[in-house]
Write a protein that binds this ligand. Structure first.
Ligand code: HEM
Length: 452
């Protein structure tokens, strides 16, 4: 009844019904969304970040609407680049993890275009002086951003239900962390809508407490919880770890604790009162405790179960992931220390200290982790890096050295004295490392199966 015609099309009862499609082939939307993510990261995201870090660190006399640009950079990076990168990687990974193909992938590209348009409108609109153009651009950004994320993420709707994998039981508990990441993203989108409307009706910048709550939900909430989910699923076998036999059973409790920590920290910022530092402190301690227990049970820092049959793959990956998680531990411990100092000694937290804590997470944890996971899991690119391992090693070394310089100097001295130029140097080194990685990944997208 069915036979293959020349050119790979399928014939049913003599009539051609189109090309034989691999239901797991997501090359077209994957490359479109990933290109948008990398483009946003390099130009308006890290490019602007680098400009700011050089101007602030070298104390250059350049007057610009910096507070507005700082906030726009933050949203381009978190809801633009990070969300789109996760959606692109999710297009490849989630259907395979759940053994269920995606039914419609076109919304991923449409949603990603909306997200990119929204964060760029915010970047252009926020620094403008009050008027119809500013209100229009910021109104578009406020509504377009959550709309775009929802449209893009809708491609995953129903995937879990259609999965042939068990939805309950120990092998499914990693999904709890993914659910916490999804909830945090939902809360961040609501806050983003609210703060975006505040800007559209004339506020020059988002008030600091609202802004901090939003950033916490984006970075520690969405991005980190999702990484916990994927890592709980793959790290044990992938890195040959002595994972605790009860890890799967305890994951729902850990995910619940992480959600509680997030709610307390974000809520503590939202109350915008002196006592708000207490929930922030308790929340940060819960997050830190959850991370330490998770690391212990996953066995990331313990001796591996056995020597790897492919040490050139496993050994460096384990080293990068260990280093990246060390930055996450530092970020949470440093934040808890800052909140404790404020709560117990009444010493206010400096903006440069908050920046050091968030960039330990964003620059020291997220960027290297995204790079290392992409290098091992993404099609074509993972084969490219095996042929040129030294390029990947260089990219990751630059990311780590840059993060160490920037975060260390900013935490100890802000932009004052010798710390300023070190912060600038750290930013420049990290951006160089990420650009090297992004260039390699970008070039792999033109060579995906089914694309020329
Ligand atoms: C690697 C190079 C990077 C450089 C040079 C850089 C630079 C900067 C600078 C100078 C600021 C202003 C200081 C502050 O208040 O924090 C800033 C803020 C921020 N950055 Fe970055 N950044 C980098 C990477 C990232 C990444 C990867 C993310 C997220 C994924 C990110 C997210 C943020 C956020 C959320 C803010 C705060 C914005 C606000 O106050 O609303 N940055 N960055």
């Amino acid at each position: 009844v069915a036979s293959h015609a020349a050119g790979g099309s399928l014939k049913v009862n003599g009539g051609a019904v189109g090309p034989r499609a691999n239901p797991f082939d997501v090359s077209a939307p994957y490359s479109a969304v990933l290109r948008l993510a990398l483009g946003l990261a390099i130009l308006p995201g890290l490019g602007l970040g680098l400009l700011m870090v050089v101007v602030f660190g070298l104390r250059l006399p350049w007057a610009a609407p910096w507070p507005q640009l700082i906030q726009a950079h933050g949203q381009v990076q978190t809801l633009g680049f990070t969300v789109l990168f996760v959606i692109a990687v999710g297009l490849q990974l989630f259907p395979r993890f759940l053994s269920a193909p995606l039914l419609h992938t076109r919304p991923a590209t449409i949603g990603a275009l909306l997200v990119a348009g929204a964060v760029l409108s915010r970047l252009v609109g926020q620094p403008l002086s009050e008027g119809a153009a500013r209100a229009g651009l910021l109104g578009l950004a406020a509504i377009g951003l959550p709309a775009g994320v929802l449209v893009a993420a809708s491609v995953f709707h129903g995937l879990s239900r259609r999965s042939v994998q068990p939805a309950h039981g120990p092998s499914a508990t990693w999904r709890r962390f993914v659910a916490v990441g999804g909830l945090a993203l939902g809360a961040a989108l609501l806050l983003s809508l609210w703060t975006g409307l505040l800007l559209a009706v004339g506020a020059p910048v988002v008030p600091q407490s609202l802004d901090e709550a939003l950033i916490h939900l984006e970075l520690a909430g969405f991005a980190t919880a999702l990484i916990f989910g994927v890592a709980s699923r793959v790290f044990g076998r992938f890195l040959l770890l002595q994972t605790h036999p009860n890890l799967d059973r305890h994951l729902p409790r850990l995910a619940g604790l992480w959600a509680m920590g997030l709610a307390l920290v974000a809520g503590g910022w939202l109350v915008d009162a002196a006592w708000g530092v207490w929930p922030r402190l308790i929340g940060a301690l819960i997050e830190l405790g959850t991370l330490v227990v998770w690391l212990w049970w996953v066995g990331l820092y313990q001796t591996p179960t056995r020597a790897s049959g492919t040490p050139h793959v496993t050994v460096p990956t384990r080293r990068w992931i260990r280093l990246a998680f060390a930055f996450l531990v530092f970020s949470l411990a440093f934040s808890a220390g800052l909140f404790a100092r404020e709560a117990l000694l009444g010493q206010p937290t400096l903006v440069t200290e908050l920046s050091a804590a968030r960039h330990a997470l964003a620059q020291g944890f997220l960027l290297p982790l995204m790079t290392a996971m992409a290098a091992r899991l993404l099609p074509v690119y993972s084969a490219d890096v095996l042929r040129h391992p030294q390029r990947l090693e260089l990219a990751l070394d630059l990311l780590f050295v840059g993060a160490l310089l920037r975060v260390g100097a900013e935490a100890l001295g802000g932009y004052a004295g010798v710390a300023g130029p070190l912060v600038s140097l750290g930013g420049a080194v990290s951006v160089t490392g990420f650009t090297l990685f992004a260039g390699g990944l970008w070039s792999s997208l033109g060579r995906l199966p089914g694309r020329s």
